[in-house]
Design a protein around this ligand. Structure first.
Ligand code: PLP
Length: 401
């Protein structure tokens, strides 16, 4: 039975207004209150006050020249699913509040884990947490005390090792930005972390190494979704030998934050070490987060609406853009290309001026920068299927020719 007494908790009349604001293109921001207000402005006035800030003062990741970051634009069906989630505020911790949300997460996990050779897992807020959860399982179910990763691994690996009290050993990278296998000593008692899509250059560590350590974790935060693509899945061959895999759904699965998957080859064994039960819980709390929202529902909606084919078409489209960009940069005599991109990340620098100088001249959001071999490089990440790669190429060619 629904109560209509307090309109602040019902859908009318503000949502239509909110959607109209979402369609608006230019705004004039007004100052926000300096202190927490004692009396409220009311919802509609608040939307008008906040829209210019929230909607007007953010990067628009769907712009045709946006290609700088691992953050994609999100399909509108995820906005709706996220709105439904917020309105219901279900908690994955309690089956009583979230019967379907729990089922939705099981479905998404059942559908996606086979692409990675895994057999189960759960969703969490990001790969930082997925990495921490995996190393926790490695410590407590395999007894590992050492984490071995390349110097290009994500900072969350080092952070996780610190939190878990594990020794962290960093291995240099080879010229392709991969872990240098020749410098690996005995790893039979260690957790080896392989990165599939390093954050700076998109390199994939040799996944042939998976299965050689006591526990192998593959940090596939960025490039994991390529496993669904028939034309690119070979790039991650060997991932199925891992014990755990992390993938950020809010990167190449086009999900709103905060959404990631942590997956295990032996979920029963892993879960038994990372679960706590008792007290007010009817089923054990698996993983690190306690209360947790239904981020599986936007992902489920995307998978049903687009199908695997629709998802893969968008991922492959961005991969083609990166290939075209790299080919063009390669032919530009004023530019050094770091390497041909393997996972949609293209890294280059100008020869005739400072990288920072060129970065400033180019439209904001077109490229980001990264530091490699003590030099600053420009970095482009093909996360935006709406990018106009010809426009981006001609912008850069106009600056450097
Ligand atoms: C982005 C990224 C992470 C961290 O993931 P979040 O979802 O931002 O927490 C970890 N590893 C790699 C390789 C990444 O690219």
């Amino acid at each position: 039975m629904r109560s209509n007494k307090d309109q602040s908790f019902s859908a009318d009349p503000g949502l239509e207004h909110a959607i109209n604001l979402l369609r608006q293109v230019s705004f004039e921001p007004q100052n926000l209150p300096k202190k927490c207000p004692n009396s409220g402005l009311g919802e509609l006035e608040t939307l008008d006050l906040l829209a210019p800030h929230v909607l007007g003062r953010a990067a628009h990741l769907d712009r045709s020249d946006a290609l700088a970051h691992m953050d994609p634009p999100t399909p509108w069906i995820t906005w709706v699913a996220a709105l439904w989630n917020a309105s219901l505020n279900q908690n994955l911790l309690h089956s009583a509040t979230a019967p379907f949300a729990i089922e939705a997460e099981k479905l998404v996990i059942d559908w996606l884990t086979p692409f990675f050779g895994m057999n189960g897992g759960h969703l969490c807020s990001g790969s930082t947490l997925a990495n921490l959860t995996s190393l926790w399982a490695a410590r407590d179910s395999a007894g590992i005390k050492r984490v071995v990763a390349s110097q290009a691994s994500h900072l969350s690996i080092k952070k996780s090792a610190r939190i878990l009290g594990l020794t962290y050993e960093e291995i240099p990278t080879n010229s392709k930005g991969q872990i240098d296998a020749e410098q690996l000593n005995n790893i039979s008692d260690a957790c080896l972390v392989l990165t599939a899509g390093t954050t700076a250059t998109g390199s994939i560590d040799s996944l042939k190494l998976a299965g050689q350590a006591k526990w192998t974790h593959v940090d596939a935060a960025w490039a994991g979704p390529l496993c669904l693509s028939p034309s690119h899945t070979h790039l991650l061959e060997g991932i199925e030998k891992a014990d755990s895999v992390a993938v950020s759904a809010h990167k190449w699965f086009f999900q709103p934050k905060d959404s990631a998957l942590v997956m295990f080859r032996d979920p029963k064994k892993a879960n038994s070490e990372i679960s706590f039960g008792g007290g007010y819980l009817t089923s054990p709390n698996i993983g690190i987060q306690g209360s947790r929202g239904a981020s599986a529902i936007p992902l489920l909606a995307t998978l049903i609406a687009w199908g695997r084919d629709g998802l893969v078409e968008r991922i492959d489209r961005t991969m083609s853009m990166a290939a075209k960009l790299a080919e063009n940069l390669h032919n530009n005599k004023g530019i050094t290309l770091w390497a041909l991109p393997t996972t949609g990340v293209t890294v280059f620098r100008p020869l005739s001026c400072m990288t920072e100088e060129l970065h400033k001249r180019l439209p904001e959001g077109m490229f980001s920068t990264c530091l490699l071999d003590d030099k600053t490089w420009l970095r482009s990440v093909a996360a935006n299927p709406l990018a106009d790669i010809d426009e981006i190429i001609s912008t850069i060619n106009d600056e450097i020719n």
